[in-house]
Design a protein around this ligand. Structure first.
Ligand SMILES: Cc1cc2nc3c(=O)[nH]c(=O)nc-3n(C[C@H](O)[C@H](O)[C@H](O)COP(=O)(O)OP(=O)(O)OC[C@H]3O[C@@H](n4cnc5c(N)ncnc54)[C@H](O)[C@@H]3O)c2cc1C
Length: 430
């Protein structure tokens, strides 16, 4: 291995939408940035998402995944950002200057970085994680793998399809397989509600007459060489199969859309504290992890439903990393913890650092919060409190576990926090 390359202000790991936005924001703040992507092309998961619906919030138009990515790749090509493609980061060692170990076509190099942004995305849960009994035939794929076959490799994984899990990727693949001439028998969902966005239920299932069976799961996989069918059953409130409700559905393909897990091997190796709920790092308001100078954003931090929010969050991480690398961060003040209260599964960030008295405003002006609720509800109210003080109440016509809620607190609403025992913020659904 050669001598380490001279330190960059920021090394961004991952060239998907999160990595691209973080790198551009840091470059705009005049940091010296290197972006590393293991694939031969930039854009991450967006490259295989040829459907539209990306960028509605940010650009006001429904772009395809590659079109959305291009809105970031084009300015990146004109910027001073250095880019390594077909280069995989194998190791991350934290220190006064962090060390990034990269393999490029079999050649290892060490790169020093004042700050690092982890933007490595997420991976899909597989059959192994579900422990479905039955045979081990071919024809069982994750929905994302099938999407890659169809959209990138021009290969049809099968002709008669069942889908387990109603996450967005499964819904989008139900439509995609239908458009490619396959018969999609049904989507089965363990929960009593869908885990996909409502617009995807309408546009991908209802419009194509594909039935969705809630509170139903696959209890057996049948077939020795190739999949011949699945046995499904209804489940009770404890999500256990109800005896006597089993039925056999013939199919040659089963697609699994049963959850995504942040890709965090590098964070774990660097000893970064991870959340047991999201699987991503515990971060502050600037997306900084428990390792000073190492940031995380996008699906590596928590699984997002809209890419527009990924870009926004990543820009915050990129700006904060640049400020830190160039010695421009505000000095740390009192730490205030954020906690999910009743009805809330998790809140992002995990904690915030209030600026030291007299050191100026909160770094990025105000505070952005992202959260997910536990169960669907109508006309719910989100309440944010610090001790007895109510900082904010917000009405929501619809709250749903599949839809991330974004809210914020202004400088005024944050004022006084950290003083007089107000060291914990709680967010709950009333
Ligand atoms: C099927 C599907 C449909 C979707 N539909 C929509 C939609 O309609 N609208 C919408 O707004 N959003 C949609 N999304 C969500 C959106 O695509 C994601 O939220 C977004 O792509 C996440 O961005 P990311 O950069 O965090 O992760 P990714 O896009 O996964 O990028 C991570 C990148 O990191 C690289 N990487 C990982 N590990 C390493 C390493 N060790 N070294 C170097 N590089 C590494 C990967 O190769 C990858 O390029 C969809 C997602 C999927 C999967």
């Amino acid at each position: 291995m050669s001598r380490p390359l001279p330190p960059y202000d920021l090394v961004v790991i991952g060239g998907g939408p999160a990595g691209l936005a973080a790198a551009l924001a840091a470059d705009e703040a005049r940091a010296h940035v290197l972006l590393i992507e293991r694939d031969r092309i930039l854009g991450g998961i967006l490259n295989q998402c040829i459907h539209d619906g990306f960028g509605l919030h940010r650009f006001g138009s429904a772009l395809s995944g590659p079109e959305y990515a291009e809105r970031f790749i084009a300015p990146l090509r004109k910027s001073k950002i250095s880019v390594m493609q077909s280069a995989i980061v194998l190791g991350l060692r934290r220190g006064a200057e962090h060390e990034v170990l990269v393999s490029t076509r079999g050649r290892l190099s060490r790169i020093e970085a004042k700050t690092v942004v982890l933007a490595t995305g997420c991976r899909e849960r597989t059959r192994g994680a579900l422990s479905i009994p039955g045979h081990r035939p071919s024809g069982v794929y994750t929905a994302g793998a099938a999407q890659n076959f169809v959209n990138m490799e021009n290969i049809m994984p099968g002709r008669r399809v069942c889908i387990l899990g109603s996450g967005d990727i499964g819904l989008i693949m139900a439509r995609r397989m239908t458009l490619e001439g396959a018969k999609v028998e049904a989507v089965f969902e363990l929960l009593p509600w869908s885990s996909g966005l409502p617009r995807n239920i309408r546009q991908c299932l209802v419009d194509y007459d594909i039935p969705l069976f809630l509170s139903t799961t696959v209890v057996d996989i049948v077939g020795m060489g190739r999949l011949e069918g699945v046995k499904v059953a209804q489940v009770d409130e404890r999500r256990q199969p109800i005896a006597g409700t089993e039925r056999f559905v013939p199919c040659d393909t089963l697609l699994l859309s049963v959850g995504l897990i942040p890709e965090n091997e590098l964070a774990r190796e660097a000893g970064i504290a991870l959340s047991p709920v999201t699987g991503g790092p515990l971060v502050d308001e600037n997306c900084m992890t428990s390792a000073p100078g190492i940031f995380s954003c996008g699906n590596a931090l928590h699984v997002h439903d809209l890419v527009d929010r990924v870009s926004e969050e990543a820009e915050r991480a990129g700006r904060a990393a640049a400020r830190r690398a160039m010695g421009k961060s505000s000095p740390d003040g009192v730490t205030v913890a954020l906690r999910p209260g009743e009805g809330v599964r998790y809140v992002m960030p995990d904690h915030i650092s209030m600026p030291a008295p007299g050191s100026g405003p909160v770094d990025d002006g105000g505070l952005t919060l992202a959260l997910r609720v536990n169960v669907p509800s109508r006309d719910g109210v989100l309440r944010i409190t610090a001790g007895d003080r109510v900082l904010k109440e917000e009405k929501h016509a619809r709250l749903h576990p599949a839809e991330m809620v974004w809210t914020g607190l202004s400088e005024a609403e944050l004022s006084g926090l950290g003083e007089s025992g107000q060291n914990t913020l709680e967010v709950r659904v009333l």
